[in-house]
Design a protein around this ligand. Structure first.
Ligand code: ATP
Ligand code: MG
Length: 574
C-alpha cells in the first residue's frame, strides 16, 4: 500500500472510531441526563395538577383538558378503581370507552407498591412515539392518581441533532485526513522513493541523482547517502588501481600463474603460463583437466582438481621442463604456479656429464699411478724413496675413491641407474655390510647392534642398500669416539618404513645438519680430509634412497651422537 493510502486509511479509521464512539456516547449520556430531568419536571407538574384539581367531579374532564393544554402535556386523572376521570386527549364522551388504567405499570406502582412516584416509559399505541408517564398518588377526594406524560421525541430530536453535528465534524476530519495524507506523501514519500532510486543507482555503479529535500531528517539521509557514494567511489578507484597493479605484476612474472575455478575452468593465466603451455596471448585455454595430454600429467591435474596441495612437481612438456605447484584457494578455486627449469636442468646435465667424463678419464691414469707407485714402494730401497712411493699410493687411492664416488653419483643422478628392488632382510643386510668394518670397529671398541622390528624386510635394491650401509657405517666409525656403539633399527609405519642408523659419536652442530647431504659438504674439513673423506658419502646415500622413492633426514646432538633416518615407501616405486 502506498504511504498516502496507508496514512489516509489509518487516520480515517481513527476518525471513524472517534465519530462512532461520540455518537454512541451522545445517545447514552444525553439520554441518561435528559430523561431524569424530564421525569422530575413531570412529577412537579403532577403535584401542581393535584393541588389545583377541583373537588367537583363533573369539572374533571374539562380541568384535565385545560391544564394539559396549558402545560403542553397529557394529564390523566384516575380514580382508585383505575377509571379515567379526565384526560387531556379525550373528551368527556370518550372517557367511558377508555380502558381501565388500573394495570398501567406507573399506576400499579403507586397504588399497589405504595411508592410515592410511579414512572414508566413505553411506545404510545396511538402515536407510536416513545412516551414517559409519571404518576403520583394524590388529588381531591374521588381521585387517586394524577398522571402526567409527555413524548420523548424531543429528547430523541436533541440527541439526533448532536449526533448529526458530530458526524459532520467527522466528515470534515476525514477530508482533512485525506489532505494531510496527500501532503505528507508529497513531502516524505516522494523524496524517499527518489532516495531509494539513488541508492539503486549507486549499487549498479550508475551516476546517482540525489533529491532536494527540506525535511531535516530526510536531508540527513540524503547527506549520508551522498557521503557513502563518494566513499564507495574512492574505494572502488583504489580497488581498481590495486587490481590493475596486481594484474601488471602477475603479468610481468617470469613464472606462469594460472587461476582456475573449482571445476577447473581457467579464469586467468599470465603471459608466462601461456608461453610455457604453448598458447598464444588471445587463445582460449582449455579447462585444467584437458590442459595436458600425457597420462601422468592428467592424473596430476585430477589430484589438483580434487583439492590436493601439490608442491613442486616436475613435468616434462614438449621441449621444456616445468616445476608445478598448485594449491586450493580459500574462497574456492585453484592457483597454479609453473616455473620453467629447463635451463637449470640443462646446466645440471652439462655439469653431470662433465664430472662423469672427467672422472672416467681420470680412472685409467689413476690406476696406472697407483699401480706403479705400489711397485715402486715394493722395490725401492732407501726409506725416503719408500716414503714418497707410499704417499703417492695413498693419494692415488684417495683420488680413486673420489672418482669412484663421483661416477656413482653421476650414474644415480643421471637416471642411468635404476634400483631393482627385491624383498631384503634389513638385519642380515646390515650385518653383511658391517663385516668389512668389524676389524676396524674392534680396534676402536665400537659395538654393533641391530634392533629390527617385525617388518624386517623392505623392498629395496640389495646392492644399493649395501652401499648405503657401507657409507653410514664408515661415517659412524670415522666420527665416533672409542667405546662407542652403532645401532641399526627399523620402524614400520603406515605408509613408510624408517631405517635408522645411530651412533654415539661426536655429533654434528645443528647449523651444519641441513647441509650434510649436499655433495662435498664436510663439517670439519681438516678432520674429514685427514680421515680420507671427500664429502660425497651422504650425497650418495641420499640419491640412492630417493631413487627408491624415499627420503633421508638426520638428527644429531653434539657430543652424544648422530642418527641418520632413511624413509623407504612401504611399496617401493619401481
Ligand atoms: N656419523 C657422523 N657423526 C658425525 N659427523 C658426521 C657423521 N656422518 C657424517 N658426518 C659429517 O658430515 C660430513 C659429510 O659426510 P659424508 O659421508 O658425506 O662425507 P665424508 O664422510 O666426509 O666423505 P666420504 O663419505 O665421501 O668419504 C662429514 O664430513 C662429517 O663432518
Ligand atoms: Mg662418509
Amino acid at each position: 500500500m502506498r504511504l498516502a493510502t496507508r496514512l489516509f486509511a489509518s487516520i480515517g479509521l481513527l476518525v471513524a472510531a472517534a465519530v462512532v464512539g461520540s455518537i454512541v456516547a451522545a445517545d447514552v449520556l444525553l439520554r441518561r441526563h435528559l430523561e431524569p430531568e424530564i421525569a422530575g419536571e413531570l412529577e412537579r407538574e403532577a403535584r401542581l395538577v393535584a393541588a389545583l384539581a377541583p373537588t367537583d367531579s363533573t369539572r374533571w374532564p374539562e380541568f384535565a383538558a385545560l391544564v394539559g393544554t396549558r402545560l403542553g402535556r397529557r394529564v390523566t386523572l384516575i380514580d382508585p378503581e383505575g377509571h379515567v376521570r379526565g384526560d387531556t386527549e379525550f373528551g368527556r364522551a370518550a372517557l367511558a370507552q377508555l380502558q381501565n388504567h388500573r394495570d398501567r405499570p406507573e399506576v400499579r406502582a403507586v397504588l399497589d407498591s405504595g411508592r410515592s412516584v410511579g414512572m414508566n416509559e413505553r411506545l404510545s399505541a396511538s402515536t407510536n412515539e416513545r412516551q414517559l408517564y409519571v404518576a403520583i398518588k394524590d388529588g381531591p377526594p374521588g381521585l387517586a392518581v394524577m398522571r402526567v406524560s409527555t413524548t420523548l421525541a424531543v429528547v430523541d430530536a436533541q440527541i439526533h441533532a448532536v449526533q448529526r453535528a458530530v458526524a459532520a465534524a467527522g466528515l470534515v476530519m476525514l477530508l482533512a485526513a485525506g489532505l494531510v495524507a496527500w501532503l505528507l506523501s508529497r513531502v516524505l514519500a516522494r523524496p524517499l522513493l527518489r532516495i531509494a532510486d539513488a541508492a539503486r543507482d549507486i549499487a549498479a555503479g550508475r551516476p546517482a541523482e540525489f533529491p532536494d529535500v527540506h525535511v531535516p531528517e530526510l536531508a540527513h539521509q540524503v547527506d549520508a547517502l551522498r557521503a557513502m557514494h563518494h566513499e564507495l567511489e574512492r574505494r572502488f578507484d583504489d580497488l581498481r588501481r590495486e587490481r590493475e597493479e596486481s594484474r601488471t605484476l602477475v603479468e610481468a612474472l617470469s613464472d606462469g600463474v594460472i587461476a582456475a575455478d573449482e571445476r577447473g575452468a581457467i579464469a586467468s593465466a599470465n603471459a608466462a603460463a601461456r608461453r610455457l603451455l604453448g598458447y598464444g596471448p588471445s587463445e582460449a585455454l582449455p579447462p585444467l583437466g584437458e590442459l595436458f595430454h600425457d597420462r601422468p600429467h592428467r592424473a596430476l591435474m585430477r589430484e589438483v582438481l580434487a583439492g590436493k596441495l601439490v608442491e613442486r612437481r616436475e613435468l616434462d612438456l614438449d621441449d621444456r621442463t616445468v616445476v608445478l605447484s598448485a594449491r586450493p584457494l580459500a574462497g574456492g578455486g585453484i592457483l597454479l604456479v609453473l616455473s620453467d627449469v629447463t635451463d637449470v636442468r640443462r646446466l645440471e646435465t652439462v655439469r653431470r656429464d662433465f664430472v662423469a667424463n672427467v672422472s672416467h678419464e681420470l680412472k685409467t691414469p689413476l690406476t696406472a699411478i697407483a699401480g706403479y707407485a705400489e711397485t715402486l714402494a715394493a722395490e725401492a730401497s732407501g726409506s725416503q724413496a719408500v716414503g714418497f712411493a707410499q704417499t703417492i699410493v695413498e693419494n692415488a687411492r684417495r683420488m680413486q675413491r673420489l672418482v669412484d664416488d663421483l661416477l656413482d653419483l653421476s650414474r644415480i643422478e643421471s637416471g642411468g641407474w635404476r634400483p631393482e628392488p627385491v624383498a631384503v632382510d634389513v638385519e642380515s643386510a646390515a650385518r653383511d655390510a658391517w663385516e668389512p668394518f668389524a676389524e676396524r670397529a674392534a680396534a676402536r671398541r665400537v659395538a654393533f647392534e641391530s634392533a629390527t622390528a617385525a617388518a624386517r624386510t623392505i623392498d629395496v635394491d640389495p646392492e644399493a642398500l649395501r652401499q648405503i650401509f657401507t657409507n653410514l657405517f664408515d661415517n659412524a666409525l670415522r666420527y665416533s669416539s672409542e667405546n662407542g656403539c652403532l645401532r641399526v633399527a627399523t620402524d614400520p609405519r603406515t605408509d613408510e618404513i624408517v631405517v635408522t642408523v645411530a651412533d654415539t659419536g661426536s655429533g654434528i652442530p645443528s647449523e651444519h645438519l641441513p647441509r650434510i647431504f649436499e655433495r662435498f659438504y664436510r663439517v670439519d674439513v681438516s678432520r674429514s680430509r685427514q680421515e680420507g673423506g671427500t664429502g660425497l658419502g651422504l650425497a650418495i646415500v641420499k640419491h640412492l634412497v630417493e631413487a627408491h622413492g624415499g627420503r633421508v633426514a638426520a638428527e644429531s646432538e653434539l657430543g652424544r651422537g648422530t642418527t641418520i633416518l632413511l624413509y623407504f615407501p612401504a611399496v617401493t616405486q619401481s
